[in-house]
Structures are given as C-alpha cells and as structure tokens.
Design a protein around this ligand. Structure first.
Ligand code: FAD
Length: 367
C-alpha cells in the first residue's frame, strides 16, 4: 500500500515517522522552501519522549520553569512549570522530519497544487506529474488544500496575531508571561525561545476586532518587553476542535483521506495548543493504516480527544465568560495547591478530566 503524507509540520512528520517505523511505503510531500510557521512553539517535553533522533535532540529549545500570569487588573503571579519546552518551529519540524527520513520515509519536494480523489488519491505539483497513492494523510495545516478539495467548511478558527522577535544583543531574556486581558476569549503570550521571543495574542475574530487585539498586544509588550513592541505582525488561523471536527474526519476517511492536525481542526479551544493534538492524531492515523483499518481513525480521534475537548470548550466558557480567569490570579496567590494544578494544566500534565476535582482538593488543602 502506497501512502502519501501531505505536509511536514508536527502532524505530518509524526504520521510519516510512525508509518515508516511500521514498515509502510510512505512519501512525504512538502514545499521545497521551508518557512517558519507562525506559532508560539511551546510544547510539553514528554511529547517527544522516545524520539532518540539526533537532529531533534540537537534542535535548540528553551526549558521554562515558571510562568508569570497577569490579569486585566495587572495583578501578577508566578506559577511553577514542569517540563515546558519552546522551540523555533523550523528546527522542531526539521528534527521530526529527520526522524521520519531515518526511519525510511521518502520526500517529494515541491508544493502540491492539485489533488484528485477517486478510487485512488492523485497528487500533482508544479510539473503536473501525477503521483498516485492508496491513502493520503492530509496534514497540510490551517489553510488546508485537502480540506477544501473535500468540500469541507473551514474548521472553527481562533486567530493568532503575533511575531517571532530576535532581541537586540544585550536585551534581557524574557520570562514566559501569559496575560488575560478580559477581552472576549483572548490571551496574550511572551515565550522565550532560542535567539529571541515569540509574542502574540490569541482571540476569536467574532469577539474582538483585529485593531483592538493589536492595541492590546502592543500595550502588553510595552509593559513587559518594550524591545518587542511595534514592528510587523503575522495573523494566522488556529483551527480549534468543534462540532464539525468529527463529521469532517468521517467524510474525509470515506474518500481515502485522513485529516490530521490543523487540517482537521484539533487545537484546544481554551489554550489553542495544537502541536500535541497534531502529533497524537498523526500517530493514530499511522496506526490505523498499519493495522489495515483506516476507517478506525475517526474513532481513535473521538476516543482520544473528543471528551477532553468538550470539557475544554466548557472550561473556556467558565474561564472567559464567567470571569474565573480574572479571579484566577488572586485565588492562586492565596492557594498554592490551586497554583500547582494550574501549572500542570499549562504543561499538559493535567487533562480537563479530573481538573475540577483536583482544583477543589487543592483549594480545600489550602497549601
Ligand atoms: C500564532 C500561533 C501560535 C501558536 N502557538 C502554539 C504553541 O505555542 N503551542 C502549540 O502547541 N500550538 C500552537 N499553535 C498551534 C500550532 O501552530 C498548530 O496547531 C500546529 O502547527 C499544527 O500542526 P500541523 O502539522 O497540523 O500543521 P502545520 O504545522 O501548519 O504544518 C502544515 C505543513 O503543511 C505544509 N503544506 C501546506 N500546504 C502544502 C502543499 N500544498 N504542499 C506541500 N506542503 C504543504 C506546510 O508547509 C506545513 O509545513 C499556534 C498557532 C498560531 C497561529
């Protein structure tokens, strides 16, 4: 069985690696020129456990041990973090792809321009040469051509407005800062990363205008890191898990396409974290194909993600609409037990399942 993986971000690279390790005939289609994906680049360190790939081990990253949280009243608090790593995406993606190539995945360089879906999947690049496969793992990101080709609506998207900033020599390395400005479901970030920082604001366009989001970001940076204020900003969708996610996966699988990562709309609606779900989905897609049961893939995503993402959506309403977000800083200051739970949530060690129970226990213990 010949399998194509379209895209070599975390979702595509993880799928290709698992397929190649399982002995599949897999070709990764990726652009000839690799650019930096607009992204904070933060992920839990354990996600990469078991990938003893030299290129990945050599990829520079920053290990962050505390986060500063700031609410709309400018109240601040430090939360301990255990095992959060921040990468430049170009290096993280290159490391994951190198692991897949070492395991036996082939590369086909050049942007895919056309997809034909019939009894097989045909991909064509600029040379119009047809490349035929039995299955396609479509991990081509938030602007997915595959998703459009399937006639699917775009996934529900948040927006990330931000920049990767190289700090001038001598500028202090920033701490990790998260700001909760009480504007719709927006939050702000400063992530120290190799050579500089990633800064930005994540928000929903129906709740906050672009101008207001930008003004909020610049004022946040003015307070915390003036060296990164002003300058060009990117704006890029973050497709979050929603009602349309699973039906889209089923429809695509019926046409020999397994949608993975942002192409599927899998990011967490509260934190907008998308790297971990993309990697997990890439592995599930590969395992379903290797088992000869690609139709199982939507079930794997449903079993592995749907319940927690539904809880994330509920937590999102509590956090942003019911103002728990604004109470979080004073509550965490008073209750170290709650502070620890929050740190675990930020490093993905605490799933949404059981969160309420642990928060209550932390509050009751009061230490
Ligand atoms: C501003 C911002 C900040 C974020 N911060 C974080 C964060 O800190 N932590 C986190 O976990 N998540 C974060 N996310 C989300 C995260 O970036 C995505 O969820 C994640 O990159 C999804 O991975 P993916 O492999 O599905 O897609 P992508 O990483 O977008 O990879 C898709 C790949 O497909 C390739 N491709 C696309 N079309 C074609 C084509 N026609 N032919 C060949 N190749 C093609 C692209 O070049 C790309 O390499 C952030 C998102 C944004 C916008």
């Amino acid at each position: 069985m010949r399998i194509a993986v379209l895209g070599a971000g975390p979702g595509g690279a993880a799928a290709a690696l698992a397929l190649a390790r399982g002995g599949a005939d897999v070709t990764v289609h990726l652009p000839a020129v690799r650019t930096e994906k607009p992204c904070g680049g933060a992920l839990p360190a354990y996600l990469l456990d078991g990938l003893a790939e030299p290129a990945l081990a050599a990829a520079p990253s920053v290990k962050v041990e505390t986060a500063i949280l700031e609410n709309a009243a400018s109240s601040r608090l430090e939360v301990p973090l255990d095992g959060l790593r921040i990468y430049r995406r170009r290096e993280l993606d290159a490391g994951l792809l190198a692991a897949a190539v070492t395991a036996g995945a082939r590369l086909s360089e050049g942007r895919v321009r056309r997809l034909e879906l019939a009894d097989r999947v045909t991909l064509r690049g600029a040379d119009d040469e047809p490349k035929r496969y039995e299955w396609l793992v479509a991990a081509d990101g938030a602007l997915s051509r595959s998703r459009r080709r399937l006639g699917l609506e775009p996934a529900a998207a948040s927006v990330g407005l931000g920049a990767s900033v190289t700090l001038p020599a001598g500028a202090a390395a920033a701490a990790l800062v998260l700001g909760f400005p009480d504007l719709g479901d927006a939050y702000l970030w400063i992530f120290p990363r190799p050579g500089g920082v990633s800064v930005g604001i994540a928000y929903s366009a129906e709740l906050l205008s672009h101008g207001a989001a930008r003004a909020c970001l610049e004022s946040f940076l003015g307070r915390h890191l003036p060296a990164a204020a002003g300058g060009p900003r990117y704006r890029y969708p973050i497709p979050v898990f929603g009602r349309q996610t699973l039906p889209a996966l089923r429809l695509a699988a019926a046409r020999r396409v397994l949608l993975v990562g942002d192409a599927a709309g899998l990011a967490d609606p509260l934190t907008r974290e998308g790297i971990r779900p993309a990697v997990r989905a890439g592995r599930w897609a590969a395992e379903s194909l290797l088992a000869g049961r690609p139709d199982d893939y939507p079930h794997r995503v449903a079993d592995g993600l749907a319940a927690d993402m539904a809880r994330a959506e509920r937590a999102c309403r509590l956090f942003y609409e019911d103002r728990i977000g604004q109470w979080m800083v004073p509550v965490c200051r008073a209750l170290p037990g709650v502070r620890r739970v929050l740190g675990d949530l930020l490093t993905c060690r605490q799933p949404y399942r059981g969160l309420r129970r642990r928060l209550l226990a932390g509050a009751l213990r009061g230490q």
